[in-house]
Design a protein around this ligand. Structure first.
Ligand SMILES: C[S@@+](CC[C@H](N)C(=O)[O-])C[C@H]1O[C@@H](n2cnc3c(N)ncnc32)[C@H](O)[C@@H]1O
Length: 401
């Protein structure tokens, strides 16, 4: 779907088409398209409306009930910040006293909407004219048009005047939709993005979770955010917005928890204890394992691997906790025999610091049995290791179960 395909939906006929498509969408898509055409609707409009209704349903996971009135392109939806994350960011900027923000590369407007809802005036800049129209339609649909000016133009040529903060979420995809991992391929270009804090000190950059720490602007706070266990973004809070060197923010079931630190500490290494913790990806990516190990009173199994071990259980939202059952031989035949002896037929395999292909190993283990377990493939003090585990929930851990 091209962005242009969404434009006919902004008209009165488009609104009617969307309403009709929404009623028919649950059935067979071909039958729905025929039914719309039978009502005299042009085939392109019928197809655009049905596609839009499908995107709105998919978008509900990111935007909740707003999705039902918003407009999306497929690429715009994929790249959009989810509403819970955008809202947090907007509230933090508002709390820092920001009232006028430029959103450079606003896409379909997810962050722009959050800024406007937090009370800011927003200059939303988008290079692609059709995507800019979608952003405009979204602020209109959500009743925010009086606070937002959407401009279809190149951010690199936009004067940054009469604003007190900048947000930039550069596109990290090729024009063909493939992800790019090298920041030098971002658009707007990386040089432009990293020069923003010198122009507007209150700058926030949204970056890929895999960003190299060395590439963060000097003095910036690097924040890694996970939602229900998935790391969704990194952000660089520049200039006066930086509060700590590194922060991991976990959003789980709508609740938010942070762990902060310097990101350059080394945790002590020690022998395997009775419990093993698999930290959330945001903690790992933000290099805050030493800080987490300290709060758990734990040590690492290996200096370069993010598994933490303790003697007694600790409740934490920052890691999954497992009780260590035993260490097993790592050699395939012995491991297979050990799992057979223990009647283990269902095995969740975790790995950190192991070159094993998990699905390949699972096939080779030819599991059979009625018991379930978790197996961590890792290293203990530089040596490959297989550790059999049993999940412990946070409350169980607290209660010592
Ligand atoms: C990752 S998306 C932004 C998503 C947005 N933050 C949201 O949550 O909906 C990046 C956007 O930047 C736009 N873009 C890329 N280069 C640009 C430039 N030089 N000037 C303005 N916009 C640009 C792309 O068209 C794309 O829509």
């Amino acid at each position: 779907m091209r962005p242009e395909d969404v434009q006919p939906l902004f008209t009165a006929a488009g609104r009617d088409a969307l309403a009709a498509a929404s009623e028919l969408h649950d059935g067979d898509p071909l039958a729905a398209a025929s039914a719309l055409r039978a009502r005299g609707m042009p085939p392109e409009l019928a197809a655009a409306a049905l596609t839009q209704v499908a995107l709105r349903r998919r978008a509900a996971a990111k935007f909740g009930t707003d999705a039902a009135v918003m407009f999306f392109t497929r690429a715009g939806l994929e790249q959009a910040t989810r509403a819970t994350v955008a809202r947090r960011r907007a509230e933090r900027l508002a709390a820092a006293g920001v009232t006028r923000v430029a959103d450079l590369g606003c896409g379909i407007g997810a962050d722009t909407i959050a800024f406007a809802r937090a009370g800011m005036r927003v200059l939303a800049v988008e290079a692609d004219p059709a995507t800019a129209e979608v952003a405009r339609a979204n602020v209109q649909a959500l009743g925010l048009a009086d606070r937002v000016l959407v401009e279809a133009r190149d951010a690199t040529e936009t004067p940054l005047v009469a604003i007190d903060a900048v947000f930039c979420d550069p596109a990290r995809r090729t024009s063909g939709g493939r992800r790019v991992f090298d920041p030098r391929a971002y658009s707007p270009p990386w040089d432009f993005v990293t020069a923003l804090p010198a122009r507007v000190p209150h700058t926030v950059l949204k970056l890929a979770p895999g960003i190299d720490h060395a590439l963060l602007p000097e003095g910036a706070e690097g924040e890694w955010v996970s939602v229900d266990g998935d790391v969704v973004e990194a952000a660089a809070w520049c200039g006066p917005l930086a509060e700590v060197p590194r922060r991991a923010t976990l959003v789980r079931d709508g609740r938010v928890a942070h762990i902060t630190g310097t990101g350059d500490r080394k945790a002590p290494v020690g022998p395997i204890g009775s419990y093993l913790y698999d930290p959330d990806g945001a903690v790992v990516r933000s290099h805050l394992i030493a800080e987490l190990a300290e709060t758990l009173d734990g040590t690492l199994l290996d200096e370069s691997i993010a598994y933490i071990t303790t003697q007694s259980p600790r409740a934490t939202v920052f890691a999954k906790c497992y009780a260590v059952t035993e260490t097993l031989p790592i050699a395939l035949k012995k491991l297979r025999a050990a799992l057979r002896d223990r009647n283990i037929g269902a095995l969740q395999i975790l790995k950190r610091g192991s070159a094993h292909d998990v699905e390949d190993l699972r096939r080779q283990l030819r599991l059979q049995g009625t018991e379930s377990a978790v197996l961590a493939l890792t290293r203990i003090d530089h040596q490959p290791a297989a550790i059999l585990l049993r999940p412990v929930d946070a409350r169980g851990a607290a209660a010592g179960r």
